[in-house]
Write a protein that binds this ligand. Structure first.
Ligand SMILES: [Zn+2]
Length: 491
């Protein structure tokens, strides 16, 4: 019991589930030059790894999830942001084969699984205030424009000859050799004894196979007689003593290390050396703001949501992290999915939270789940068989998929024209509970669309007489408030 089967896929209103024959794929490959071929093969590696035995190519990926279902493909046993990224890469290729020369519009809901950022994305929250630290920033080089319109490029890592723009206290610049942490023999270090979280002064005696042997300083209290020399110390239990680095040409020991929030903001002239801004808004700060909001009577009886940062107060940012996160290059940082789609020349939209009625795949998933439940015998194998059958043409054909798509577009249209607040709220409330909007709400929207059709037909008929009777005026007002368009092309 308790087996979870996860399906991730792409649905197109033109072709339904994104699939293609091996012949189509072969024809595509032979049309490519060597570079393109390599790229396409890499994308299809993902497919082959997941579906080695099917006779066609399918953008869908299915797997059993949970701790008991780990595999070399999915070491965590779960479907991750990395998997979404690889699947999308393959799906874009398939889209391009099916629709040569077309641009795709990819819709995603706002779930955390779709929010993965690239490893080198610009993220202020992943930065320390100070230079150094154990992890070196992977953030890509960026550019910013000063007040006179001059553009500057900026790296997040110190290069030889850079200027350190403030006196940096308490900095630990872990020694790096070819980008890897490596402590030299004889170096002064601090070490954590096994099972202890306190750091004590020591020096490196030797290093073998990534493990260190260290001598703890005489001045440190001994725990027992044999505890002066520690062997087999892992690099994670070692650090360099904190130091103060003076302003001016950067110390060679900081070269290759992260600059940190303060240096980055100083280089951009957004703060000066005297700035007393704290590094980050902490959880205590957030709690305080939450309490203040509750005191004002906001959010009584429900959870109060306050932003992570207080923001700008009296013309000053709440913290260094917030100040940097508000800069154009950081603000424009897109997630990995957006970056991939745009880099391949297509479009993408992230749908607003709690609005599954806008995403026609949600209706499809409802149908698939319903179908699988009807046909599952309760066993794990039965679940897979039933789920795979539920994904077939027989269970949900293209006509039905297109109908789902039309209804979703009606919702989009309804909102864009200012759908009546009561109905919209009802929809939101319902969809929060059920993930997918209920059929009843869909019916309501479809009925409104039909009503508008009738109203405009009636208006057309009335215009040939003396002018609209009173009741038609009311109908026209209603449709202005909740106007819907019934367009079978879904455009
Ligand atoms: Zn803040």
């Amino acid at each position: 019991m308790g087996a979870g089967y996860h399906v991730s896929g792409f649905l197109s209103e033109k072709v339904g589930r994104l699939t293609m024959t091996k012949m189509q794929w072969g024809a595509y490959l032979s049309s490519l030059d060597a570079d393109g071929k390599l790229r396409a093969m890499l994308a299809s590696d993902f497919h082959r790894a997941h579906k080695p035995d099917v006779g066609h190519l399918d953008a869908n990926v299915s797997m059993f999830i949970g701790k008991g279902n780990t595999s070399p493909l999915h070491p965590s046993g779960y479907w991750t942001g990395d998997d979404v990224y690889k699947q999308l890469d393959h799906a874009i290729t398939m889209f391009e084969i099916l629709h040569p020369g077309c641009k795709g519009l990819f819709l995603f809901d706002n779930s955390t699984g779709h929010a993965k950022m690239a490893d080198d994305a610009l993220l202020a929250q992943s930065m320390n205030a100070k230079p150094g630290g154990k992890l070196v920033s992977k953030q890509r080089e960026t550019s910013w424009t000063d007040s006179s319109g001059v553009m500057h490029t900026q790296s997040f890592v110190f290069k030889s000859g850079d200027e350190l723009l403030f006196e940096a206290k308490g900095v630990r610049a872990t020694p790096l050799v070819n980008g890897e942490v490596e402590f030299a023999t004889g170096a002064d270090v601090e070490v954590q004894r096994p099972g202890s979280r306190t750091w004590v002064k020591a020096s490196v005696v030797s290093r073998e196979n990534e493990k260190y042997s260290v001598q703890i300083c005489e001045a440190e209290p001994a725990r027992d007689a044999g505890d002066r020399v520690l062997a087999d110390v892992d690099v994670s239990s070692l650090q360099v003593p904190a130091e103060t680095y003076k302003r001016g040409t950067v110390d060679v020991r900081l070269v290759g290390h992260s600059k940190g929030l303060k240096q980055i903001l100083l280089e951009r002239g957004l703060i000066d050396g005297t700035s007393r801004l704290k590094a980050k808004c902490g959880t205590a700060d957030k709690k305080k703001r939450k309490e203040a909001k509750a005191k004002e009577g906001i959010g009584i009886g429900e959870s109060v949501e306050v932003p992570k940062h207080a923001g700008v107060l009296n013309g000053e940012a709440c913290c260094l992290e917030y100040l940097l996160s508000e800069q154009p290059d950081f603000k424009e940082q897109q997630n990995a999915i957006q970056e991939l789609i745009i880099s391949r020349g297509h479009y993408c939209i992230f749908l607003p939270k709690y609005h599954p009625e806008l995403n026609f795949i949600e209706r499809y998933w409802s149908r698939v789940k319903w179908h699988a439940r009807q046909h599952s015998d309760g066993s794990k194998d039965g679940l897979k068989t039933a789920a795979d059958a539920a994904l077939s043409e027989e269970a949900c054909d293209l006509a039905l998929i297109r109908r789902y798509s039309r209804t979703a577009w009606r919702w989009v249209d309804a909102y864009s024209k200012g759908l009546d607040g009561v109905l919209a709220q009802w929809a939101v409330r319902k969809s929060k509970k059920h993930r997918c909007v209920t059929e009843a709400v869909d019916k309501e929207v479809n009925a409104l669309a039909k009503e508008r059709e009738r109203a405009s037909a009636a208006r057309a008929a009335a215009s040939s007489t003396e002018g609209p009777p009173l009741v038609l005026g009311v109908l026209a007002d209603m449709t202005a408030a909740g106007a819907l368009c019934d367009n079978d092309d879904g455009k």
